[in-house]
Design a protein around this ligand. Sequence first.
Ligand code: C5P
Length: 445
Amino acid sequence: MEEIQNSLETKIKLVAREFLEKSKDKEIQIISHFDTDGISSASIIIRALKRLDKVFSIKIIKSLEEQFICDLPKEKLFIFLDLASGSLDYIANSELKDVFIIDHHEIIQKISENVHIINPELHNKQKISSSGLTYLFCKEIDPKNKELSKIAILGMIGDILEKDISKLNNDILNDGKIKKKRGLLLYPSTRPLNRTLEFSSKPYIPGITGDVEGVKELLKEIGLTPINGKYKSLIELNNEEMEKLVTAIMLRNPKAKHDEMIGNIFLINLFNKLEDARELSAMINACSRLGETNIAIQFCMEISKVKKKAESIHAKYKQFLISGLKFVSETKKIEGKGFVIINAKNIIKDTMIGTITSILSNSPLYEDGTIITAMAYYDGKIKISSRNVGRSGKNVREILNRIIEKIGGEVGGHEFAAGGIISRNKEKEFIDSLQKSFEVELVKI
Ligand code: C5P
């Protein structure tokens, strides 16, 4: 009942107090998710624990699997970041003693007594990233941690929670004195426009993304020419140029809505340079998804020796994204009314399949209401990502849950974006069950 009565803010205070008490003589193990939000959360807590002079170690993982939880040493104090809300049963059966969870994913299982959890799903469901929650938790522990607010903004942007800024997010922006500028939401807004357009995956612009000739044509059409061999950046455009650019993009992407294309560009000072927060967030994501989690964390912590390496990993990642999208456009898919299933097998990395599925769901390629499910191999397993195009109607976490509950595996996520893992030998069974579930639904209608 405590969960219902307390506000999220009160709960953060209580959990912070509990943490300071329980962590007095214990070694701490941080376990965080490998996306931008998880990496930002981990970077924030590392800085806060260093300030407290605590002994801790850290693990960054793609997903929390049952065996992993069973194998954890029982005597440590655990802090799970940006994950574990979907693994409460495993934790309950694991005999772990002190467990802290800071997360924002849906909760459908019972919370054991030894689990101290900060999750807005238990309160007013305010949209806030795990890094935002971790920041508020660390600020509660020591107000000096206020300096970490800019890292929380990177996580917020990583999870695309910046469009509808809730009160808590707004407080975090104010804490960091983050510069906002209204403009077209293409990033990096600080670099030459031709490159920004060519590598634009959010949004994916047909005929422009990955198409150098298409980009040249568009820029010519709106009357922009390079000055000394270099195009202006987005934040350097005047109002008229900006409007022309928006119109030209909308013509190529009929699903794009003017209001949705314009929004806040956040400029953050990192490595003593004002950068587009979306670009920084994408950089962290790229490093982590290509297996360089240490670089991602050090980048967040402004350790300058990793900057160049992070930039080159990001460039490689963008090339992978473009070739992944090309593969999807050319490959044979399983399609029916309201659904599409893409089996990328070994062609797309398991760590990139979620991003590709998100890009497709935001592109004009599929109608609102379509459920896109993509699959990619890793080890002996298959990573699954599902998205609901247009974010209305069916709950994709429930769809995946119904099937994976029967065939075995992991599921988690949100109403409109969920993921899962199954064993490789369940590939056909999964595809058949998923396809059948959509077709049965259609008969019901
Ligand atoms: O992996 P993918 O990007 O498809 O995941 C979509 C959402 O579901 C993310 O928020 C991710 O953190 C969550 N998820 C989860 N547990 C899983 C897989 C995904 O909570 N096993």
